[in-house]
Write a protein that binds this ligand. Structure first.
Ligand code: F6R
Length: 594
């Protein structure tokens, strides 16, 4: 996490860096800072959000500078620990995203050599290492400093007396924005959309020297050319477009997201094949790897692959992936990560690769790290997701996983086309859920008064319940737990009270009678029950307190619709509680630390 930016060009750096940092705040927002090089190098930093920093700090002058927005890892949230970090004499300023594993040892050595530290961060060692190695050649000093480091980094360095920025990356994202008489460096393209639509994605081990009209990249001491890409997102994609929060805008973008992800995949030709790989290699099973919301998409994908392809499939939380108990070279690994940068997921994919597994990555971000690791990439087409809570990227991941399952399933043309038609009608059906926003909002506002909630579902709706609980807890801070409906009586029943609402997902599938039984058992213990049920369900009303109606749909596709209703429920509960919806406490969108 943490967002970093750099600017060098013909304009004043300060406002550009501030605006870019605002766009990167979803990566971390506990403190921020900026350094600009005018007549001399000046750095300012503080705890709190970028808007407050902008209001409360003087404007720095200079046409080159760096900035940082932080999500604390090493060291508490204090102004001293905010970036940029400087060397003893304030000649070199560094912003960093990543973790320096050997920083303690390096710090001890540097302190013995007389360096004075001002913070508890791992990053500060970089500034002092550069100071130690500097003998007039900034590139050499930065290269030597980075060579001493074990761990991960994306760094940008500015130094007094130099008209170039030096940047480097190892396992943390970094992109260069190519302008006219100006160049940009950023953790991701969202930061630079206002200024350019041309980007160069740096690779691990790259270092680069950036001036206002040149970019020079090296890897392993060899100069190297990296392709310039056109960024597929527009400035408007990264703006609120009149919505109060990015999350609400992104919830509303979901019909378009599904449509865009399906585009190009809706003929009977089956362009995306899961077992295309099988030609070279006999595959026995599939392992999906992901974290958080992407993990929930994986659980639904597991259900679909099992159901349609009859292929043994498991899902692993990336940080729990232990390849020692799998016949790995026969296992297809599918890593799901919207950002393409989640360290736990990337490490698991890399590990599986070294053991010989074929790998597919599902991601929303062009040029992200997963695109360089996985053998094949399936892009979701959500546009940038800025709200920290994942919404539209989840539905896009489901769309991609359904496409994979359908294109690999042993279905005759008629059945295949019938499923594809159902996929194609999803945008309209999702829109119908969105049209019911005001009703769902009312129930969300009611939910806001509780401190605890349970979500229950069965079969394909159990991961939907998990996603609903995650959304509610992360943005409204209501403690929410998800259970397989049949499991809640095996212990959690002890927690049911009249002030513990239960949200039950009840599509008309083969689990319907069983979930009705669970609902009756729950209701008998006092909680308010809110059910998500199909429009044509005239039975459920008598057993629950509230019914949120969902358009009729083949139950296999119900996760799309039920999830949207749960997103709105969470959003309006959080709004009623006055929560900072787009930037929940303690979270960051892209978790680039293990
Ligand atoms: C929850 C959320 C997180 C992410 C998780 C994985 O709303 O956004 O749980 O889903 O951090 O992120 P990606 O998909 O980028 O790997």
């Amino acid at each position: 996490m943490c967002g970093i930016v750099g600017y060098v060009g013909y304009r004043e750096a300060h406002p550009i860096i501030i605006e870019s940092l605002k766009r990167l705040e979803y990566r971390g927002y506990d403190s921020c800072g900026i350094a600009a090089l005018g007549d001399k190098l000046v750095a300012l930093k503080d705890v709190g959000r970028v808007v407050d920093f902008e209001k409360n700090s003087p404007r720095l002058h200079g046409k080159m500078g760096i900035g940082h927005t932080r999500w604390a890892t090493h060291g508490a949230v204090t102004a001293a620990n905010a970036h940029p970090h400087l060397d003893c004499n304030g000649k070199f300023a560094v912003v960093h995203n990543g973790i320096i594993e050997n920083f303690q040892k390096l710090r001890e050595v540097l302190e013995k050599e007389g360096h004075h530290f001002n913070s508890d961060t791992d990053t500060e060692v970089i500034a002092h290492l550069i100071e130690k190695y500097y003998q007039g050649d900034l590139v050499e000093a930065v290269s030597k400093a980075l060579a001493d480091i074990t761990g991960t980094y994306a760094v940008v360095v500015t130094a007094e007396g130099h008209n170039e920025l030096i940047a480097g990356r190892r396992e943390s994202p970094l992109v260069l924005g190519v302008g006219d008489k100006e160049n940009f460096i950023a953790s991701d393209v969202a930061a630079i959309l206002d200024y350019t639509d041309r980007a160069i994605y740096l690779e691990d081990g790259d270092t680069c020297i950036v001036t206002e009209d040149t970019i020079e990249i090296s890897n392993n001491n060899q100069k190297i050319n990296r392709e310039t890409h056109v960024i597929p997102w527009s400035v408007e994609d990264a703006q609120k477009a009149g919505y109060e929060h990015f999350m609400l805008k992104e919830i509303h973008e979901q019909p378009k997201t599904i449509e865009n992800t399906l585009r190009g995949h809706t003929t009977s030709e089956r362009p995306v094949t899961l077992f295309g790989i099988e030609k070279e290699q006999r595959l026995e099973d599939v392992t999906l790897i992901a974290c958080g919301t992407s993990y929930h998409a994986g659980l639904i994908g597991e259900y679909m692959l099992g159901k349609l392809c009859k292929v043994p499939t498991r899902v692993k939380i990336a940080s729990e992936f232990d390849p020692s108990c799998m016949a790995l070279d026969r296992t297809l690994i599918i890593g799901i990560t919207q950002s393409g940068e989640t360290t736990d997921t990337l490490r698991a994919i890399k590990h599986a690769k070294t053991l010989g597994c074929p790998t597919i990555g599902i991601t929303n971000v062009q040029g992200s790290s997963v695109t360089r690791i996985a053998d094949q990439i399936l892009y979701t087409q959500s546009g940038p997701e800025i709200g920290v809570a994942a919404t539209k990227t989840f539905l896009a991941q489901l769309t991609a996983l359904y496409l994979l399952a359908l294109s690999s399933a042993p279905l005759d043309v008629k059945n295949y086309e019938s499923y594809m038609t159902k996929l194609k009608t999803l945008p309209q059906k999702v829109q119908r859920v969105l049209d019911d926003e005001q009703t769902i909002a009312k129930h969300g506002q009611q939910l806001a008064k509780y401190e605890n909630a349970f979500f229950v579902g069965r079969g394909i709706s159990y991961p939907v319940a998990m996603e609903g609980a995650l959304k509610l807890k992360e943005i409204s801070y209501i403690h929410a737990e998800a259970y397989a409906a049949g499991e809640i009586k095996h212990g959690p029943f002890a927690l049911l009270r009249s002030n513990t609402p239960v949200i039950a997902i009840a599509p008309k599938d083969h689990t319907y009678d069983a979930i009705l039984t669970s609902i009756k058992e729950i209701k008998a213990r006092g909680p308010e029950v809110i059910a998500l049920a199909q429009e044509d369900d005239d039975e459920i009303e008598q057993f629950v307190d509230v019914v949120i109606r969902i358009p009729e749909i083949d139950p296999l596709f119900s996760p799309f619709l039920n999830t949207v209703a749960l997103q709105l429920l969470a959003y309006y509960a959080a709004k009623e509680r006055g929560c900072e919806i787009d930037l929940p406490v303690n979270l960051a969108k892209s978790v680039t630390v293990p």
